[in-house]
Design a binder for this molecule. Structure first.
Ligand code: F6R
Length: 622
């Protein structure tokens, strides 16, 4: 939530900041702003500051999306070689121009952008007010530049280090000042912040895609650390102010992967990238028909001794966890519990010996998942995380990390990261099953073989996206959608409903089909679309009965069936055929048409699918 970009170097920064903000807009998009250091003489000297130049900070901001900020910038001529930018997802104070970041101190010499929440801001603000500081916004962030002003004694870094001891809450904080125009100061408590290093200057950003156009070399800042970033160097300090030596790492993501590449929206591009994301996630883990999972860091004995698996996740990642539960229980015969992260941490969970704790999070920054990990760790759990972002906080706080290789996901709605997570769950469950001796050599071989066909089968579905579009074109005006599934179809039904509600704003429920008679069937009438997951699996007959029940109550029925199943046509208004696969693998195929369905319905309704209202890509506040 909220995105930060900052740059200092030998290039003018206005466009760099705006382009960076556009790449971060998925993190928040209710208002945006930039702050640029410029000289009072109305110009800069090739990026070199001389003693007689007087610096000012130009702050330009606006409510709304980056486009609105760009409009505002049209009449602003200043530019400079050091600046900060921010795109906001409001927590304290409405999304207005005055509440947008950057915020300034009383003398407009210090400008700050911030991602997070200052929990004790009210108390700090009163204290600062009593000392004469003037506040103009309703935000918690505004206390930060005033605190820096109060603490400043010749070095903004020292002031920031004092500030870090005074505030409670979470935050990635980035500040510039006219006192020293040759540096940007960054600090972090529980909100992501990375440094991008390049020959033409250095960056601070909430997320790597913001600076990917300029560099692939990044350094992560950890909690309670501060950093001084200049045009030619980077210094990082620990919570006691001692300098830390940390080398940059290189990411393989390309700038093209963070662009739309001719697609209308990131979401559509990311849906179509799934065969690649699945293949990449399998690469190196399935070699010559054999599974390799050394990265788990578990010995075969440890896997054999496992008594329980606990998985935690939120939202879409939680649905991947539900699929993981079914697979691990079926193939590896280990009891699995799945919890929503925000519930797990508050229920005083029991962590026993020989329990493996798995956290699933595409961003690696979800605050609830982090808090649940910390809770489990404090109780002695060993943490394996599954994430898409190298160097993310969850990755760093886990004992081992399984990276999904879906590439950067910019659309707020998770699509390709979900199927990559599901693939990891398939591989892990199978690996555990093989080591624990519950899967025979032949069984194992045929599952691996089927897994290797998944990218092609997903491609086959994507090639028929038009069929889904035409169903969406005919059903988008309905106001109630029920997604029904059983067994492997249930997590898919939940995920299908989540996709639809989050990007179309239509009320949609995912439900266990067997639960219909216990309540939800009362909702069913002519205004209802029932989306039923009905592959030819062991619960097919039961699903068929549920389909007939809703059809008898005049619902419009759209089913996902296995190719060749013509008999289902008499119960359904629309049928989309899935390629044949093993019953355990239908989930990863069935979600693809549902992602497309949600997408086309939302487009019919004129929604912004990449940036749905009220949502942000990484949920870094509780
Ligand atoms: C839905 C969606 C969210 C996320 C959830 C968890 O499309 O994107 O429900 O799945 O916020 O995020 P991560 O996986 O980053 O922990």
């Amino acid at each position: 939530m909220c995105g930060i970009i900052a740059y200092i170097g030998n290039k003018e920064c206005k466009n760099i900041l705006i382009e960076g903000l556009k790449r971060l807009e998925y993190r928040g998009y209710d208002s945006a702003g930039i702050g640029i250091l410029y000289t009072g003489k109305g110009g800069t000297k090739g990026g070199v500051n001389t003693d007689n130049e007087i610096y000012h900070i130009a702050v330009v901001k606006n409510a709304g999306k980056i486009r609105a900020l760009e409009n505002e910038l049209r009449s602003v001529e200043v530019d400079g070689f050091c600046g900060i930018g921010h795109t906001r997802w409001a927590t304290h104070g409405e999304p207005t121009k005055v509440n947008a970041h950057p915020h300034l101190d009383c003398s407009s010499k210090i400008a700050v952008v911030h991602n997070g929440i200052i929990e004790n801001y009210a108390e700090i603000r009163e204290e600062l007010r009593a000392k004469g500081h003037k506040f103009v916004s309703q935000t918690d962030t505004e206390v930060l530049p005033h605190l820096l002003e109060e603490y400043y004694n010749g070095d903004l870094l020292i002031a920031m280090q004092k500030l870090m001891k005074r505030i409670k809450g979470s935050g990635a904080i980035v500040a510039i000042s006219t006192y020293n125009p040759d540096e940007i100061i960054g600090a972090r408590i529980a909100s992501p912040l990375v440094i991008g290093v390049s020959r033409n200057g250095n960056f601070l950003a909430s997320d790597m895609p913001a600076a990917l156009e300029h560099t692939r070399n990044f350094i992560v800042i950890n909690d309670y650390e501060t950093a001084r970033v200049t045009r030619s160097g980077v210094e990082i300090f620990d919570h006691e102010g001692k300098i830390i030596d940390r080398e940059p790492f290189k990411v393989s993501w390309s700038i093209a992967s963070a662009e739309k590449a001719g697609y209308e929206d990131f979401m559509l591009k990311e849906i179509f990238e799934q065969p690649y994301g699945i293949k990449e996630t399998m690469r190196g883990r399935v070699v010559n028909g054999k599974l390799n999972f050394n990265e788990l860091g578990l010995s075969e004995k440890q896997i054999r001794d496992l008594k329980r698996v606990q998985i935690i996740a939120c939202g879409t990642s939680y649905h991947a966890a539900l699929i993981g539960r079914q697979l691990i229980e079926r193939w590896a015969k280990i009891p699995v519990e799945v919890d929503v992260s925000s519930e797990y941490r508050y229920r005083d969970p029991i962590v026993e010996d020989n329990c493996l704790f798995i956290a699933i999070t595409q961003s690696g920054e979800t605050i609830d998942t982090l808090a649940a990990i910390r809770e489990a760790k404090a109780k002695g759990a060993r943490i394996v995380s599954i994430t898409n972002v190298v160097g993310s906080t969850v990755a760093r706080e886990s004992d081992s990390v399984i990276y999904t290789h879906a590439g950067p996901e910019i659309g707020v709605c998770a699509t390709k990261t979900f199927t990559a997570q599901v693939i990891v769950m398939y591989l892990m469950a199978l690996y555990f099953g093989m080591i624990r001796g519950y899967i025979s050599g032949d069984g194992y071989k045929s599952i691996v073989q089927e897994l290797e066909f998944v990218p092609n089968k997903v491609q086959n579905i994507l090639n028929r996206a038009d069929e889904i579009k035409s169903i969406a074109d005919r059903t988008y005006k309905y106001t109630c959608f029920l997604f029904l599934g059983r067994l492997y179809g249930l997590p898919v039904a939940l995920e299908g409903a989540l996709k639809l509600k989050e990007i179309s704003y239509i009320h949609a429920e995912g439900y266990a089909a067997g639960e219909m008679k216990h309540g939800p069937i009362a909702l069913t009438d002519r205004q209802t679309v029932v989306v039923a997951i009905t592959p030819k699996d062991s619960v097919y007959e039961k699903m068929l009965s549920n389909v007939q029940e809703v059809k008898a109550r005049k619902a419009t029925v759209f089913t996902l069936a296995t190719e060749g199943d013509t008999s289902i046509q008499k119960y359904a208004d629309y049928v989309f055929y899935l390629p044949k696969t093993l019953e355990e693998l239908y989930g990863i195929l069935a979600i693809i048409p549902l992602q497309l369905y949600a997408y086309y319905i939302a487009k019919n309704l004129g929604r912004n699918v990449d940036q749905p209202r009220n949502l942000a890509k990484s949920v870094t506040v509780e």
